[in-house]
Design a protein around this ligand. Structure first.
Ligand code: XUL
Ligand code: CO
Length: 437
């Protein structure tokens, strides 16, 4: 049975191609900076948005028209696996990602849910044998079911906490079974709605303990996936504990978890935190903790997590610059945590959206590599900070001076030659790079 029978396999046809089912810029085998595009970009398909989501929003029900809509329960779950692997093959996806509840329906108990999950995981494992598509990461959904109302690892109820621990245990076993490269912790409802009824210290300590238990169990399983924290400042809770990379870094250090985690950075979460995407990538890169990316974009006019497919070439270029300067994403990848708009309800839109996202990152990659080859940003930054190459400047950056010596240096200074930052000149050059690829 084919779910996408009218859609051909998507291949690279070049920037002037008119075929909507062709990549215009993403050419998997093309070498960029000595590596193939496919190996640098490591695209992932988010199961929840592409195969499970129905296009519903807080104001209206689902609109998506999917060839598996007539099915229910385990039959629906099985059809989605078949459709997913057909989709991966047609779009040439190296990776996919899922939450436990995306792939298998929950039962009345954790035992029943695990039973359903085992059936589907076995099926996925069979499909993976004949597929090039690997598991970038899996995770446990601990935010949808009403039991998670007050959080999971930060719940006010010990039974809910134990339930969360059980879900993570199973998630690690599933990740091991399917050879996942990473395991993600997005703190869905780990935060608070109101400080008036919240013991923040207890909640954060409990969450840290849960992470330590997960580290121990992964060791016991011999599961060597990279653990990833995915920061988000708000939504669904008013204040999420993993607010942004800087906040989550402090949390990891406070509870001695810093050697066991990297970050999965989502563009739309960055902008919700009042940062740019590249800011969050930079903070993680500077501390050696950039692990993976949820590739999407938000709508600054709306201000919630709209999870749009990334099409903004400026943003993908600056993101790819950070990723290349990081030496790539290692075991991470670019997971499209993105959904087609509610109005884009036809099945073929799933293809158009992924093609648009893959092409946008391919452009970003090529432009960023060209800038790096030209030492574009490096030259600007070196010049801007050149006074740190003087005697006193070198002492400052080496931490080998003191207030007395610096006062003596400054006390008779007049007319310091502070230079323009020239940000408009830089932006004009970036536009030239973008138009010249
Ligand atoms: C929610 C979000 C999640 C995580 C995985 O905003 O980004 O889908 O990526 O739980
Ligand atoms: Co995400």
């Amino acid at each position: 049975m084919s779910y996408f029978k009218d859609i051909p396999k998507v291949t690279y046809e070049g920037r002037h191609a008119s075929n909507p089912y062709a990549f215009k810029f993403y050419n998997p085998e093309e070498q960029v900076g000595g590596q193939s595009m496919k190996d640098i970009l490591r695209f992932g398909i988010a199961y929840w948005h592409t195969f499970t989501g129905d296009g519903g929003d807080p104001f209206g029900s689902g609109t998506a028209q999917r060839p598996w809509d007539h099915l229910k329960g385990m039959d629906l779950a099985k059809a989605r696996v078949e459709a997913a692997f057909e989709f991966f093959e047609k779009i040439d996806a190296p990776f996919f990602c899922f939450h436990d509840v995306d792939v298998a329906p929950e039962g009345d108990t954790l035992r029943e849910s695990n039973k359903n999950l085992d059936v589907i995981v076995n099926m996925i494992k069979d499909y993976m044998k004949d597929s090039k598509t690997k598991l970038l990461w899996n995770t446990a959904n601990m935010f949808t079911n009403p039991r998670w109302t007050h959080g999971a690892g930060t719940s006010s109820h010990a039974d809910v906490y134990a339930y969360a621990a059980g879900k993570i245990k199973k998630g690690l076993e599933v990740g091991k079974e399917l050879g996942a490269e990473n395991y993600v912790f997005w703190g869905g409802r780990e935060g608070y709605e109101s400080l008036l009824n919240t013991d923040m210290k207890l909640e954060q300590q409990n969450l840290a303990n849960l992470y330590h238990m997960a580290i121990d169990y992964a060791k016991e399983l011999n599961f060597d996936a990279q653990f990833l924290i995915e920061p988000k400042p708000k939504e669904p809770t008013t204040h999420q504990y993993d607010f942004d990379v800087a906040t989550a870094t402090a949390f990891l250090h406070q509870y001695d978890l810093q050697d066991h985690f990297k970050f999965n950075i989502e563009a739309n979460h960055a902008t919700l935190a009042g940062h740019t995407f590249e800011h969050e990538l930079r903070v993680a890169r500077d501390s050696g903790m950039l692990g993976s990316v949820d590739a999407n974009q938000g709508d600054l006019l709306l201000g919630w997590d709209t999870d749009e497919f990334p099409t903004d070439l400026y943003a993908t270029t600056l993101a790819m610059y950070e990723i290349l300067k990081n030496g790539g994403l290692g075991r991470g990848g670019l997971n499209f945590d993105a959904k087609v708009r509610r109005g884009s309800f036809e099945t073929e839109d799933l293809f158009h959206a992924h093609i648009a996202g893959m092409d946008a990152f391919a452009v970003g990659l090529k432009v960023a590599q060209k800038m790096i080859d030209d030492n574009f940003f490096e030259t600007i930054v070196d010049q801007r900070y050149q006074t740190y190459q003087t005697e006193i400047g070198q002492k400052i950056i080496a931490g080998q001076t003191d207030l007395k010596e610096l006062e003596a240096h400054a006390i008779d200074l007049k007319d310091i030659d502070v230079r323009s930052g020239q940000v408009e000149k830089i932006k004009a050059r970036i536009n030239q790079y973008l138009l010249n690829i």
